[in-house]
Design a protein around this ligand. Structure first.
Ligand SMILES: [Fe+2]
Ligand SMILES: [Fe+2]
Length: 304
């Protein structure tokens, strides 16, 4: 259950409206690495956290904080849009008539769609989408993704910070920058905690006993004259398992499979030179057969 209180987490008052800046500001609200993304990412990670106690509580704490950031930024946007588009248009017409044609460069959706308010979109008008989030059920993978998201999010906030002189906007962004600084560390420390508690050994290596035991510590170079071998990633010991990293300067063939495909279904009209013989006409019987086989396998699995 969530309760709402009226106060924002931090003041979100610009000195004056600025519809042009508002269009750019949308990026840190509804962009791929905006506050909406980290909010939804942490919430879904929290909803799917199977370790009760400090982990679940930490993820839900930070997710809930991000709801507050979405609220702060949305409030800031609505205030930046005060008076738009009429004042923006008047100003644009007065200073440069050619600009008036594009409403002075403001995002027209701020007026037309949202009536002077924020939109869950990025600075180019692309709608926020759920494909931006990572919530894998594996905390190591999730925490890494979270640290990266906070890094990109902070970079964008920092760039937006340099695009305005408005002291009110800057005051709020100083708070957001600081939170992004700590949140990055919170996730990195989370990884340390996972390791300390025995949940992880630094990298995602499930089924590691089955994986290729040479390729799991080999650096492949694919470029002539590459200097990549000078880096730590190509020499010394692996981070996990203590193996000596193999530097393979030239790619080698591990197979004679040339990727040749079977002849196409004639009814699909794929371009084909006939060299593989006649194609088999598909009638979806194969798919039905496979479906039946899947059911049989499931029953077998359930009984075993
Ligand atoms: Fe945030
Ligand atoms: Fe954050």
């Amino acid at each position: 259950m969530y309760r709402h209180i009226k106060e924002l987490q931090f003041t979100a008052k610009p000195e004056k409206p600025d519809a042009l800046f508002a269009a750019k500001f949308q990026e840190i609200l509804g962009g791929q690495f905006g506050e909406m993304t980290v909010m939804m990412q942490y919430m879904f990670q929290g909803f799917n956290c199977r370790v009760p106690g400090k982990y679940k509580d930490m993820i839900m704490d930070i997710g809930t904080e991000e709801i507050g950031h979405v609220e702060m930024l949305s409030t800031m946007l609505a205030r930046l849009l005060e008076g738009a588009p009429s004042e923006v248009t008047e100003h644009a017409v007065a200073t440069n008539p050619s600009l008036a044609a594009v409403i002075g460069g403001m995002n027209p959706q701020h007026a037309i769609v949202a009536g002077g308010g924020p939109v869950p979109r990025d600075s180019a008008g692309v709608p926020w989408n759920a494909g931006y989030i990572v919530a894998s059920g594996n905390m190591l993978t999730d925490f890494r993704s979270n640290a990266a998201a906070e890094g990109q999010s902070r970079l964008m906030t920092s760039r937006i910070y340099n695009m305005t002189d408005d002291s009110g906007v800057k005051e709020m962004l100083k708070f957001n920058l600081a939170r992004d600084t700590f949140h990055q560390q919170q996730w990195l420390l989370g990884i340390e905690q996972l390791i300390a508690d025995g949940f992880s050994d630094l990298i995602e290596d499930s089924n590691s006993e089955d994986e290729d035991q040479v390729q799991n510590h080999t650096f492949w170079s694919f470029s002539e004259g590459s200097q990549a071998g000078e880096g730590r990633w190509a020499q010394g010991q692996t981070l996990v398992g203590g193996q000596d990293i193999i530097y393979q300067a030239e790619p080698v063939l591990l197979t004679d499979d040339t990727g040749l495909l079977p002849p196409p279904d004639p009814k699909l009209f794929a371009t084909y030179d006939g060299s593989q013989g006649m194609g088999k006409p598909g009638d979806a019987a194969g798919a039905r057969l496979q479906g039946a086989q899947n059911v049989v396998n499931k029953v077998k699995d359930a009984l075993s």
